[in-house]
Design a binder for this molecule. Structure first.
Ligand SMILES: NC(=O)c1ccc[n+]([C@@H]2O[C@H](COP(=O)([O-])OP(=O)(O)OC[C@H]3O[C@@H](n4cnc5c(N)ncnc54)[C@H](O)[C@@H]3O)[C@@H](O)[C@H]2O)c1
Length: 316
C-alpha cells in the first residue's frame, strides 16, 4: 500500500514507519520534526518536513491510506499554546480529511486518545459511553473524532483511542508513565508518584503498531471507533512492577490530574486483534535500552521541555 503518515518522526510514528516499510508498504512521512528525525533512508520512504496545517501541500494523489498521528500529544503541551493546539489537533484534521477526500484516498486512520473519557467509574469503559474531555488536549481529540465521523459517508474512517503507550522507541518519550517511572528508578533510585490511585489503561508500543497494521489490513470493513488498551492498572501498580526490576523507593505527592478510567478493548478484540506484549515488557525494554547505552535521561525525550526550547508557548 501507499501510506501517508503524519507524525511519522514521533515516538509511535518512528517505529511505525519502520514496521510499515518492513511489511513492504511505501511510506510518505509528514512531520515538523520537533523532536528530531530518527528515520534512516529507505528506498520506499519519503520524509517531508512540513506542517500538517498546510494540507494543500501534502502529496495525497495515489495514497491508499492516511494514518494521522501528528498532534501536540499531551495535556501540558496542549496547554502551552491554545491557538496552536486547536489549529494542529483539530482544524488540521478537517483540512487533512478534506484533502484526502479530494484526492480520492479510500481510508483515513486517526490516533485519538483513551483520555477522552476523563473520569469514569464504570468497570469497563466502552466506546459508546459519553465523553468527559477534561483538558484542551482531550477536547481537540474529541472534536477531531466528531469532525472525521461527519465525513464517514465519503471516506472510510477508523478512529483508534489508544491507552498510554509504553516501551522503547528510537525517538523516545520519557513523559509517559511507565517509561518515566522506570527511568526515575534507574537514574535516581527513587520513583515519584503523583496521586497513585488513578487507574489508567496501557498498551505496549509493539501492540500499538500492530493495531495500526490491523486497521490498514481490515479497516475498510471496520469503520468507527475502537479503544486500544489492555492493562488497566494504577500508577502505584506500575511503580510496584518497576521495583521488581530496579530497586527504588516510592515517594507519593498530591496530583492535580484526576483522569481515571478502565478501558475495555472488547470491540477491538472481537475483530481478531490480540495483544502480544505487556507493561512488564515495556519496563524491560526501557531498562535494556538504558543499560546498553541507547537511552539516556535527556531533555529532548520530554515533549514539554522541547516545545519550550522551540519557543512554541503562546506569547502572554
Ligand atoms: N504516546 C501515547 O501514549 C499516546 C496515547 C494516546 C494517543 N496518542 C496519540 O498518538 C499520536 C502519536 O503520539 P506520539 O507519542 O508518537 O507523539 P509524539 O509527540 O512523539 O509525536 C508527534 C509528532 O507530530 C509532529 N507534529 C506535531 N505537530 C505537527 C504539525 N503541525 N505538522 C507536522 N508534524 C507535527 C511532531 O514533530 C512529532 O514528531 C498523537 O496523536 C497522540 O496524541 C499517543
Amino acid at each position: 500500500m501507499k501510506i501517508l503518515l503524519t507524525g511519522g518522526c514521533g515516538y509511535v510514528g518512528t517505529p511505525l514507519t519502520l514496521s510499515l516499510l518492513d511489511a513492504g508498504h511505501h511510506v510518505t512521512v509528514v512531520d515538523l520534526q520537533w523532536f528530531g528525525n530518527f528515520l534512516p533512508a529507505h528506498p520506499h520512504l519519503t520524509v517531508i518536513r512540513e506542517d500538517i496545517r498546510h494540507a494543500d501541500r501534502l502529496p495525497m494523489a495515489g495514497i491508499d491510506a492516511v494514518l494521522h498521528l501528528a498532534n501536540i500529544a499531551n495535556d501540558p503541551c496542549s496547554d502551552l499554546n491554545s491557538k496552536l493546539n486547536w489549529e494542529v489537533n483539530a482544524l488540521a484534521t478537517m483540512q487533512l480529511v478534506e484533502r484526502a477526500i479530494a484526492c480520492q484516498v479510500p481510508q483515513f486512520i486517526y490516533a485519538s486518545s483513551g483520555s477522552v473519557y476523563g473520569v469514569k467509574d464504570e468497570p469497563e469503559v466502552t466506546e459508546d459511553l459519553p465523553l468527559v474531555p477534561l483538558s484542551d488536549y482531550n477536547k481537540t481529540k474529541m472534536v477531531s473524532e466528531r469532525v472525521l465521523l461527519s465525513y464517514a459517508d465519503r471516506i472510510r474512517v477508523n478512529i483508534v483511542r489508544p491507552a498510554t503507550v509504553c516501551g522503547y522507541s528510537p525517538r523516545m518519550r520519557l513523559d509517559l508513565s511507565v517509561s518515566m517511572l522506570t527511568m526515575q528508578a534507574l537514574t535516581k533510585g527513587r520513583i515519584t508518584v503523583f496521586g497513585g490511585d488513578q487507574t489508567r489503561p496501557n498498551i505496549h508500543l509493539q501492540d500499538m503498531l500492530r493495531v495500526y497494521h490491523h486497521f490498514l489490513a481490515h479497516g475498510l470493513d471496520l469503520p468507527g471507533i475502537y479503544n486500544a488498551g489492555f492493562e488497566n492498572i494504577s500508577i502505584f501498580d506500575i511503580a510496584d512492577r518497576v521495583k521488581r526490576h530496579v530497586p527504588a523507593v516510592v515517594i507519593v505527592t498530591p496530583s492535580n490530574d484526576p483522569r481515571s478510567y478502565r478501558l475495555s478493548s472488547a470491540k477491538l478484540l472481537a475483530t481478531g486483534f490480540a495483544p502480544q506484549h505487556t507493561v512488564e515488557d515495556g519496563i524491560r525494554d526501557v531498562i535494556a535500552a538504558y543499560r546498553d547505552g541507547r537511552l539516556r535521561d535527556e531533555e529532548r525525550y520530554y515533549n514539554i521541555k522541547t516545545m519550550l526550547r522551540l519557543e512554541l508557548a503562546q506569547a502572554a
